[in-house]
Unconditional design. Sequence first.
Length: 454
Amino acid sequence: MADRLAAPTTLIGLARAHAGASTALVADDAAVSYGELWDRVDARRRELDLDQRSLVVLAGANSLEFVVTYLALLDGRHVPVLAASTEHAETLVEQWRPTAAVTVDGASVRIERLRSDSPDLHPDLALLLGTSGSTGSPKLVRLSQRNLHANATSIATFLGLTADDVGITSLPLHYCYGLSLLHSHLLVGAELVVTDGSVVDPCFAAAMDRHAVTNLAGVPHTFEMLERVGPDRIAVPSLRLLTQAGGRLGPDAVVTWLDRADAWGAEFVVMYGQTEATARMAYLPPTLARLNPGAIGVAIPGGELRIDPVDGDGDGSGELVYRGANVMMGYARDADDLARGAELDELRTGDLARFDETAGVFEIVGRRSRFVKPFGLRIDLDQVEARLRAVTAPVAVTGDDERIYIVAPGADAAAVRSAAARQTSLPARLISVSTDVAIPRTTSGKVDLSAVAA
């Protein structure tokens, strides 16, 4: 399949309209123009030499060759499955019967052809991602070309991205938030600095300054790390925008970063999303953020949000439901599901929210799955975690209908257990506290709740 098959109306088709000498990517301080990028993509597509539309597992850290390979797969209308690690890739190969597996390690690209056939792939299927950055769930999110285009367009619109912007890969590209940076920047013809470095590495800040980066994305853990090492290191003169998603940042922290961004001549934008919505569903405009720092804001352009009542909740809250062109086709639990078409026109997020009619913003108040009932007591784990932060920080809390599990690095275990027992009215013997380990996190920086309970 050497010929390019991506339609001109797809994300890749539209990105290909930027084919001149302007810079598309910067990697290892070498600039790659849009024209050169598409030449590399064409060459990689020929190198892949897949003679039929195929399912391909792709693994690798953020790098130029990873981006080129990913774009070559999309451009050839193959369906990449993005792996968080080589170990994760092996698991995906076992479960999903791909035609090939590609491992990118720096400048090295290893293409392994595994079988001559491929699972049946629906014509609209473009990409498979793990749910919410998870690497342990056998369930994948099915995303279409329409999903990718719609979400990239919306993000570029509400963030005001233009060809003059310069982003940087501060998050893994196998993670939907990190991948959305690539998509939105390519769509508008902007520049993206590709690095696998950590935001707290002095080399990262130096790269931001050297390449005049205008926007930086982070999850809550990103901003927590920057607080510890000194946030001023990212205050480069070119910076105009900071974005945050991938979990809740506390209202006090939001205000702190709003103030900091103001002092730097930049904006701080809180966003909300899920992989199931191709990354983004809501954003909090800076004009609303200062008075509503705990909110997720308003629906993204082209999307709609509503609240459906939940039995037993009489406080005006309910489940947050999203409708838009970026809602996934559906889940895939095995290879046979890859032939299925779009099955959803709205997404039930599983998050409990309320709408502030005065401010005109939505606020998340909990998660349906974050309520447990040990001893028949209905316990909101998010509330327990929030209140424990007054005793110790950082802290992570999970649980089931039998026990509560807490990780609080360096804290007084007895004090944490006592505080949690008072908050929940549970016997202290039902509360497990670990203080000698770090809070476990996924590769995308989110708290790994299954590991907290391990």
